[in-house]
Every structure is written in structure tokens, then in C-alpha cells.
Design a protein around this ligand. Structure first.
Ligand code: HAM
Length: 390
């Protein structure tokens, strides 16, 4: 048997019901709030992410599915969606301010475990163009509506990381600090010291926590304009009764952010989604000069913590005569009644069992011309009105 690729998933039955439910909630919220769905390619040139997310970021340096195609191009399976949408905007919509939504597979060569996969689904939105602080608020506010509609409990954590120049200064200061405490860092964090100093702040290793606790914080390096923007956002959130927690260590793992970064975290510390502002990304990619802000959610992570009622078909059609079954199906179709039917014309008892196992309420027996109500255990002569009324 050829094995399934490590870190990939088959999503079926209860899981696929959850997947479709979360996707529906996602589009119900975002696509009814002005965002338009965009589908960008799964295949991209490596260069796109090397430039946008940053060559030294963990995603680019360790996690990209990269290969040369038969034409000698260096391609990757996309690890995220933001960069491709920014590229699309520059090519096609440069003069406009647009709200994009997306939902699809991303690929990262991670150590597979629960909630961390090599192929996973992100649902995300990006507002791109000429933006002000209201866009930041919108993305956060709409995200909260999405998570609330799913009945999830979460904390919104926010931070400002200032301008890209502020971050560079901070990075240098942080480097000097960690270098002097190198002996107390975990091997993993020592490895990040030279090229990826900021990422040490994300470490969950208990060896690092004491050193991280006393490390310089980014808030002391933020320029005045960025600080003002952050204060305005916090007031906007408070005035709208949106609870948030400030986390000065929230710098996130992608290089393209400036000013706002945020994450939605559940009670078990699972990051359900995150995002931020990226005003310099178009410039970094050398494709224009416009702002952006967005968020992406880990759909499997959300699926793993929600419960949904099994959606059972209310009406199940059984019978062994193809013509009769087809006639009944047609009648139900004409009356817009949803129903299920057996995958093949097996023995009537086994079809009946199927209907029961799936939790159907009514079984339409096309051989006997009856409707059986499985909840009350009563049978009546077939009458389509009964199914319409119920
Ligand atoms: P990210 O934080 O790398 O951001 O990913 C967003 C979310 O995707 C995470 O919070 C997590 O829920 C989920 N996720 C990430 N990696 C995995 C994985 N290996 N398995 C399962 N779920 C995962 C971005 O990708 C940015 N593009 C977000 C953004 C949009 N920023 C601005 N706009």
C-alpha cells in the first residue's frame, strides 16, 4: 500500500461536515461584509516568498516545499496567501482599494502533529490599497464576528512593532542582549541568534523563558507616528467594547509586518489566526507602493475545537425498483425536498438500516408507497404534503 504523505489529511464524514460548516461561516461573515473571493495559484516562484516573508524567516529557510520544474524554474507550493494577493493587486488593481477573501490549502514542511500540518487550510482576508486605521479595525472586528458565530472563546492579543526601521534597531538591541545571555539559551534559540533574533521571542522552551522575560521590549523602540496609530486603534477597540490584551512580545514570524500585529488565541494557547499591517510589502517586492492589512485563520485548528450536530438527511428514499425510485426522486425534486438515497439497490432491510444509521426522520418506501416516521414508529400512505410540511 502506498502511504499517505506525512502531515497531510483526508477530510471526510464528520470532519468534512465541520470543514464545510466553517467555510460557510467564513463566507457568510466576510463575503457579506464587502470582501470578494480571490483564488490565487498554489504554485509560485520561490522568489515571491523569499522577498516577502524574508529569506531568514523559519517559513522560507526551513519550511518551503521547493522544487525545480521541468523548465528549470524554482517553484514552491505556497506557504501563505498574502504575498500572492499583493502581487495580484499590483498587477491588476493598483489604483483601487480592495477587500479580498481567500480560502485554500497552504504548505509548510513542519514537524507534523495535532494542529500543525504540512498541508493545511487557511481562510483569510486582506484589505489592500490606500488605507487608514479604520481598515485595521475592520479586519479585527470582522474576524471577531467570524469567531463569535462559531461560538468560540478566544483572546485577541495585539501589539505594535513600529516601522521596519524601528524593528531593525530593536533587533540589534535584542541581538546584543541575547548574545550576552547565550549560555542560558536553548540550542534551538542559539541557532536563531545570528539570522533570526526576533524569533527567539516565540520560543516555548522553558530554558529560554527567563532570558526572554528580561529581554528589551519593542515598545521602547516605536516611533511617535506608530505609537499614535496604536493608541487610536486601542481607543477604537475599547469604544466598540472589543476586549484585547496587549502583548509586547507579539512580533510574528513573517518579515513583512509593520505597526499592527495581532493574534486570536484560545484558552489552551492555540493560535487560531493572526495577521497585521504590511505597508511596505509592495515596495519590498518592487511592484508599487500601497498599504495592506489582513488576517488568516487555521481552518483545521478551528475544526478541531468545534462541535457540530451531525447533519442527518430528514428524508431517505428506499426501494428496489429503479423506475419507481426515480419517479419518487423526481417528485421530491419538483417540491424542493432534500433527501438521501442508498448508494446501490441493496436488500430493502439493509437500505432501511442505512436510513436509521444516518438518523433520517422519514423513510419513503417506494415499493410499498408509504412514509414511515422513524421517530414515532408510524407508517402512512405516501403523501408528498407530509414531507413539505415537515
Ligand atoms: P501565519 O500566522 O503564518 O500568518 O498563519 C495564520 C494561521 O494559519 C495561524 O495562526 C494558524 O492558525 C494557521 N497555521 C499556520 N501554520 C499551520 C500549520 N502548519 N498547520 C495548521 N495551521 C497552521 C500568515 O500566514 C499570514 N499570511 C497571515 C496574514 C494575512 N497576515 C496578513 N494577512
Amino acid at each position: 500500500m502506498i502511504e499517505q504523505v506525512k502531515g497531510t489529511q483526508n477530510i471526510y464524514q464528520n470532519e468534512s461536515e465541520k470543514f464545510l460548516y466553517v467555510r460557510q461561516c467564513f463566507f457568510d461573515v466576510f463575503n457579506n461584509s464587502g470582501y470578494s473571493y480571490i483564488q490565487t495559484p498554489h504554485l509560485e516562484h520561490s522568489e515571491l516568498f523569499e522577498k516577502s516573508i524574508g529569506e531568514n524567516s523559519e517559513i522560507v529557510s526551513k519550511q518551503m516545499y521547493q522544487f525545480n520544474d521541468k523548465g528549470g524554474r524554482t517553484l514552491v507550493l505556497r506557504p501563505e496567501g498574502t504575498s500572492s494577493i499583493v502581487r495580484y493587486h499590483a498587477q491588476n488593481q493598483k489604483e483601487l482599494t480592495n477587500q479580498y477573501s481567500y480560502f485554500g490549502q497552504m504548505f509548510r514542511y513542519e514537524n507534523p502533529q495535532k494542529n500543525r500540518y504540512r498541508e493545511f487550510t487557511q481562510g483569510g482576508v486582506e484589505i489592500i490599497g490606500n488605507l487608514d486605521g479604520f481598515s485595521d479595525f475592520q479586519v479585527i472586528n470582522d474576524s471577531i464576528r467570524f469567531l463569535n458565530n462559531l461560538n468560540l472563546t478566544f483572546t485577541l492579543e495585539i501589539n505594535t512593532i513600529g516601522s521596519i526601521d524601528d524593528r531593525e534597531l530593536y533587533s540589534k538591541e535584542l541581538y546584543t542582549y541575547f548574545k550576552t545571555h547565550e549560555d542560558h539559551l536553548s540550542d534551538e534559540s542559539r541557532e536563531k541568534l545570528e539570522l533570526n533574533t526576533l524569533r527567539i521571542l516565540d520560543s516555548n522552551n522553558s530554558l529560554d523563558s527567563k532570558v526572554i522575560q528580561d529581554a528589551p521590549v519593542i515598545s521602547n523602540f516605536i516611533n511617535d507616528i506608530s505609537s499614535q496609530k496604536y493608541e487610536s486603534l486601542k481607543s477604537l477597540l475599547s469604544n466598540n467594547n472589543i476586549n484585547f490584551k496587549e502583548n509586547t512580545r507579539l512580533v510574528r514570524g513573517l518579515d513583512y509586518y509593520n505597526d499592527l500585529t495581532f493574534e486570536f488565541i484560545n484558552d489552551d494557547g492555540l493560535v487560531l489566526g493572526g495577521g497585521g499591517r504590511y505597508d511596505r510589502l509592495a515596495e519590498i517586492l518592487n511592484i508599487g507602493s500601497f498599504n495592506g492589512v489582513g488576517v488568516a485563520f487555521g481552518i483545521e485548528r478551528i475544526m478541531n475545537i468545534i462541535d457540530i450536530k451531525n447533519k442527518s438527511p430528514k428524508v431517505y428514499i428506499i426501494g428496489i425498483d429503479i423506475d419507481k425510485i426515480s419517479r419518487f426522486c423526481k417528485l421530491l425534486d419538483q417540491n424542493n425536498i432534500n433527501y438521501s438515497k442508498p448508494p446501490r439497490l441493496s436488500k430493502i432491510n439493509s437500505q432501511f438500516k442505512n436510513a436509521k444509521n444516518l438518523g433520517a426522520k422519514y423513510v419513503v418506501n417506494t415499493d410499498e408507497d408509504t412514509i414511515k416516521d422513524l421517530e414515532n414508529n408510524t407508517s402512512i400512505k405516501f403523501n408528498v404534503e407530509v414531507l413539505i410540511d415537515n
